[in-house]
Ligand binder design. Structure first.
Ligand code: ATP
Length: 922
């Protein structure tokens, strides 16, 4: 292979003609780079990525665990114990400090890794031509010499010299600060001293193609790009806390104050009663440590990160952590139709041209089928014998950027590009149209744009004249037509014919067919560089089916049950939209579609007033989507909105949950979105909402669990102090319970599968606090039950043998720990009992229950532990008391659930309790 040019030589590619740059780089416009040359280029030029700042070293992250106030309180406790000569306590407390730090570190690392993996999944891709075919590869793998293709909405993946450009404008604000997109031209050859902002024949990494279509050759990658020159180091992405995390941190701070006050009171009472100063202080400090839920933030992050991973498995990639919470509160889902509600597998079924109407047989993208006149379905015609049909096929095939290729065995065929265009190519192939060499004759293209709803291609004829082929939404195309083709003759397009054509189109749309009109003209007008789509000749209209996705019907039904409104917002014809909307039960039988034109006539206030009566919007543009989002938001709703095109970005940003299409969406939309659907499927949105609700539920569950347990310990100590009992739990015992019996079950509760009726409830109001008054009372009640059981056990043992407080303490220690473990099992739901949920449907919790239970048993029974934890072996009777009292709180809570259900209290679903399937898992 020839010598590759050094970086310095590549930087002035704008000063040479495109072909020269391609040659210099040893590449080829037609076939791109050979796969065999990639490695050498990568060795010379490196990966196409900007250097990242070094991540924080592990030891620093580990040390940061010891910044917490609680840790310092614990260290004080250890010193106190040492001062009292209790060296075993000091060592045990220090061990707890270290274990706590390591656990916190592991949890944070795990959450961080999960988030990084998710981030990597949304890394940018680039379309490049290598070895003669176009591939989509990670942008990181590009090398100088690669031929790349760019469409409107694409991020420019590297610095590149344009080879071919059609109506290209590029948003370069990130590089030049210029906010208006600047136009580009591949043909220009510039002076060497042209400043960056004026290099109109080049595109740069980090900018976005706002409009048009281009082919370019990569001239610089990674740190050699203009962006690399100015960006220097990219900081590691920081993780902003989510609103929930902030609210929980706030709650944590309040709890610290409340706990410290209570602990202060306990200390004062015990000390006044003549307790030993240091010992009482140690107990008070330990209680403070136990009562403050310091593990909460880490568990919340883990719950969110795990939820994100589950969502990825169900094709929803959430890009921003706070969105997980918002998802659970979504009340309106505004969705595109094509590809999201429908399969985006198009087949042309009907074709109306001047001289007749035809049905086209065949299935999928297999280019085999016949053209049958509608009134003589038993016969078929050869389109080559019919001038109108022939011309219709020419428009369909030429005004097209897609291609159709056979699969492995030639039985199934697949489309590369837009399925709508793929269906048109297939139709042309069924009609025997010859496509060879067409692309070489294209001189200009006005790409399809959802707002314009049309596309044109200008081609060079053998006699060097130009011909324009145009297709698009029928009303758009008809408004540009002045003539029509009938029996091969060009005639004026009369008003009567216009109405007749509109009637035929609306008849097809009413049968859920997607309708596109086809037109052409010779010698198109040019204003400056731009060709005009005017005075066209109408050829005909095609009707294609795009069946609804099977699974969407039940997802829509699920939405209705969950108090979430599905709304269709489509660029398609109102009647096609309504037909599909009705089939999927998004629209009722008497519902009408509101069009973009109707919206234009509505004031902001009028739309806000009517928005909840509209289920289908058709023929809308991106600006309309924004209006709909804002109207819903004004009504206090939480809106999710899908989008794919460049122009959808503002609406996606404005929505509470902006959703981009992973397959068909542009980079711009994906970057603006909170969530990307990897399968473009509406069902995945509904699944994500379900997960979002589940995650919030789980966070609520373990917060509830941790707070009840802590409240129980504080109440136990408080009550004992007031009654005048000796301290029922020692410092080291409190710390142990806090670390082992609270920690694992809380984590496992974060893995709880969603409750079966999670999509039968109304959405959670977004501003609702994690701890509502009702929940606060419940936490108090549950804490009280645990405290009461432990206090009763302590009292029983103490009454039996007042001289031996160690037995009473060991009993209270055992009951507090075991009661909390049993309580974790019933904390899984506040309405469903454990048998209803199935004891093993959350295996993590069951494992946590076993492990923590065995550890507690070991501490109570193994001889070496008794010295550390100040426990004494219990006899049979105390064990029986421990067993009964440990199960008591959980049993009372289960019975309360049953009683509430019978009395109809706490039924926060619309249908009451959902019947559970046997293993309780959904
Ligand atoms: P949705 O908005 O639900 O995705 P859609 O695909 O119909 O539906 P757009 O992509 O905005 O929405 O298309 C709007 C209209 O433009 C279509 O109804 C069709 O009439 C026309 N159209 C779609 N694709 C093309 C294309 N490739 N070339 C020309 N016209 C097209």
């Amino acid at each position: 292979m020839s010598q590759l040019p050094p970086n310095s030589e590549l930087s002035a590619a704008y000063a040479a003609p495109a072909q020269q740059v391609v040659d210099r780089l040893g590449s080829s416009v037609e076939s791109g780079l050979a796969e065999s040359s990639i490695e050498q280029r990568r060795t010379q030029y490196g990966w196409n990525e900007l250097a990242k700042a070094q991540p924080e070293p592990t030891w620093k992250k580990l040390l940061s665990q010891f910044k917490e106030l609680v840790i310092w309180i614990l260290i004080v406790a250890a010193i106190l114990a040492g001062a009292m000569g209790e060296w075993v306590d000091t060592l045990a407390i220090m061990a707890i400090v270290v274990v706590n730090g390591i656990l916190g570190f592991v949890q944070e690392e795990r959450a961080g890794r999960a988030l990084a993996a998710l981030r990597a999944m949304s890394s940018p891709m680039a379309k490049t031509r290598r070895g003669g075919t176009v591939h989509s590869i990670p942008a990181k793998e590009l090398v100088p010499g690669d031929i790349i293709q760019l469409d409107a909405g694409d991020n420019v993946p590297a610095d590149a010299r344009l080879i071919e450009s059609f109506a290209v404008s590029v948003q370069e604000a990130s590089l030049t600060g210029e906010s208006v997109p600047g136009s580009k031209d591949a043909e220009a050859v510039l002076a060497e001293d042209t400043p960056l902002g004026d290099r109109e024949n080049s595109v740069f990494m980090g900018t976005v193609l706002a409009n048009g279509k281009a082919t370019a050759v990569v001239t610089a990658t990674g740190m050699q790009t203009e962006l690399g020159n100015i960006a220097g180091m990219l900081g590691a992405a920081d993780n902003e806390p989510t609103p929930l995390q902030r609210r929980l941190a706030e709650l944590g701070r309040i709890l610290v104050v409340v706990c410290l006050v209570l602990v202060g009171i306990i200390f004062a009472i015990e000390y006044a009663r003549g307790g030993e100063l240091l010992e009482t202080l140690l107990v008070a400090v330990s209680l403070a440590v136990a009562a403050v839920p310091e593990g909460l933030p880490a568990v919340v992050t883990i719950a969110l990160a795990l939820g994100l991973q589950r969502m990825v498995k169900r094709n929803a990639l959430v890009r921003k952590l706070p969105s997980v919470e918002t998802l659970g509160s979504v009340t309106v889902i505004c969705s595109d139709k094509t590809g999201t509600l429908t399969r985006n597998e198009m087949t042309v079924r009907e074709l109306n041209v001047g001289e007749g109407k035809f049905k086209i047989s065949g299935a999928g993208y297999l280019p085999r089928g016949e053209f049958q006149p509608i009134d003589r379905a038993d016969t078929s015609v050869d389109p080559q014998d019919h001038p109108d049909l022939q011309q219709a096929l020419a428009v369909a095939a030429h005004c097209n950027s897609a291609s159709v290729v056979p699969g492995k065995h030639g039985k199934t065929w697949q489309v590369i590009g837009d399925p709508t265009e793929g269906a048109l190519i297939v139709m042309a192939m069924k009609g025997g149209f010859d496509l060879d060499g067409a692309s070489r004759r294209v001189v200009f293209e006005i790409p399809f744009d959802s707002d314009r709803k049309a596309m044109s291609v200008i081609m060079k004829q053998p006699d060097d004249s130009r011909i324009m082929y145009t297709k698009g939404a029928p009303e758009v195309i008809l408004s540009k037509c002045t003539q029509e083709l009938r029996n091969g003759q060009i005639a004026a397009l009369t008003e009567t014919r216009r109405q007749e054509i509109q009637q035929q189109n609306s008849d097809m749309a009413g049968r859920a067919l997607r309708v596109l009109a086809l037109a052409f003209r010779h010698d198109p007008q040019q204003v400056g560089e731009q060709y005009q789509e005017s005075e066209l000749i109408y050829v005909g209209s095609v009707g294609m089916i795009d069946p609804p996705r099977e699974e969407v019907k039940s997802a829509v039904a699920e939405c209705h049950g969950a108090g979430v409104r599905p709304v269709m917002i489509t660029g398609d014809h109102p009647e096609t939209a309504l037909a599909i909307g009705r089939e999927l039960a998004i629209a009722s039988a008497d519902c009408l579609a509101v069009t973009g034109a109707d919206l234009d006539r509505m004031s902001k206030e009028e739309l806000e007033q009517k928005v909840d009566q509209i289920a289908v919007y058709a023929r809308v543009s991106a600006a309309h989507k924004l209006r709909v989002v804002n109207a819903w938001k004004q009504r206090g709703q939480v809106v999710a909105m899908t989008g794919d095109g460049v122009n959808d970005a503002p609406a996606i940003k404005a929505a509470d949950i902006g959703i981009a299409m992973g397959v068909t969406g542009t980079d711009v939309t994906k970057e603006a979105a909170d969530m990307v659907l990897t399968d473009d499927n509406f069902t995945s949105i509904v699944n994500a909402v379900r997960e979002g609700r589940g995650i919030f539920d789980n966070i609520q569950k373990f917060v509830h669990y941790l707070l009840s347990c802590n409240a129980g310990e504080v109440m136990l100590m408080f009550a004992a102090a007031i009654i005048g009992f000796p301290v029922p739990l020692l410092a080291i015992q409190i710390l142990w319970i806090n670390l082992v019996t609270d920690g694992l079950p809380a984590l496992a509760l974060a893995m709880e599968p969603p409750e079966p009726d999670i999509m039968k409830r109304k959405p959670r109001p977004p501003k609702e606090p994690v701890i509502t008054v009702q929940r606060g009372l419940l936490i108090f009640y549950h804490g009280f039950l645990i405290a009461a059981a432990a206090l009763f056990g302590f009292w029983w043992a103490y009454e039996n043998d007042p001289a031996n407080t160690d037995v009473a303490r060991s009993t209270a220690f055992a009951i507090t720990a075991f009661a909390q473990l049993a309580y974790a099992l019933v904390c899984r739901s506040h309405r469903y009992t454990l048998p209803e949920l199935g004891p093993f449907s959350n295996p993590w919790l069951f494992a946590a229950f076993l492990v923590s239970g065995l550890l507690q048993l070991a501490v109570l029974t193994l001889p070496f532990a008794s010295g550390v934890f100040d426990v004494v072996p219990l006899h049979t009777m105390p064990w029986i008391v421990v067993a009964i009292l440990s199960l008591l709180p959980a049993t009372v809570i289960e019975l309360t659930k049953i009683a509430w259900h019978l009395m109809g209290i706490n039924e926060n679903t619309q249908t009451g309790k959902e019947k559970l399937i046997p293993n309780g898992n959904q």
